[in-house]
Design a protein around this ligand. Structure first.
Ligand code: 6GU
Length: 239
């Protein structure tokens, strides 16, 4: 998978080359290009933004800089992703969709956003998603790109050590993951739940399922609401 990021803060994307993602690059599973938007400016000041039509605070990033930058970086295959708090929610289902793509391009806005015509124009040639990573406001799209790329890259074959690791992810079955434990058996007088040492895998699976349901009910009741009725077995319903 090819990933390109266009930003006015290329150094902010350095973590893309660290740890898990760095290893995926070394293995040739992903290839990452980070591009400085200012390379597409023509004026001595390298201005990328201007005041908003209609007035108001802040600055808007210019269409006549973004347009040529995206023309150069996008191809017919590209899925263009524009991180914005005004976007559709980025979810695990969207991460799985992106993991099927051959080329992701991220356009990082700063200030009050990018002139809307950049997205409107890009849509005439490529698939474009405006996505949000949650209901809070970041200063720019860069941190959202780090989160999205990490969520996508770990789904690619060969990136994680153990391919079974994502079968049990939170959200894979629509529920939050329950608690995990490792040695020592007793730590600061807290003991590992006995069922996990019973060796009874049917009981362990049932206990984990119950923990997931209880935690989801407590922390994310909205997730339970949106599951289909057949997502629950008769033991679940007894709870
Ligand atoms: Cl994707 N971008 C920005 N700038 N802020 C956000 C966001 C994205 N998602 C939540 N807040």
């Amino acid at each position: 998978m090819q990933i390109d990021v266009v930003t006015i803060f290329p150094e902010y994307l350095a973590p893309l080359r660290a740890a898990l993602l760095g290893k995926a690059i070394d293995k040739g599973l992903i290839s990452v290009g980070v591009h400085d938007l200012r390379d597409w400016t023509q004026d001595v000041h390298k201005a990328v933004d201007d005041s908003p039509y209609g007035g108001g605070p802040g600055m808007v990033m210019k269409a006549d800089i973004w347009g040529p930058a995206l023309d150069d970086v996008c191809t017919d295959e590209t899925r263009l992703i524009v991180p914005t708090p005004a976007g559709r929610p980025f979810t695990q289902a969207v991460a799985h969709e992106y993991a099927e793509e051959s080329h992701l391009v991220f356009a990082c806005g700063r200030y009050e956003g990018i002139d809307q015509r950049v997205v409107d124009d890009a849509r005439r040639r490529v698939r474009v998603d405006e996505v949000s990573i949650g209901d809070y406001v970041l200063v720019g799209g860069e941190v959202a790109v780090l989160a999205i790329v990490e969520a996508v890259a770990r789904l690619l074959p060969g990136v994680l050590g153990n391919p079974k690791s994502h079968a049990e992810d939170s959200f894979q079955d629509g529920l939050l993951e329950g608690p995990s434990y490792t040695r020592p058996l007793v730590w600061r007088d807290l003991e590992v739940p006995a069922v996990l040492r019973s060796g009874n895998h049917k009981m362990i699976d049932r206990w984990r399922r119950d923990q997931s349901l209880a935690r989801t009910f407590e922390r994310r009741p909205d997730l339970l609401e949106s599951l289909p009725a057949d997502a629950f077995d008769k033991h679940d319903r007894a709870l």
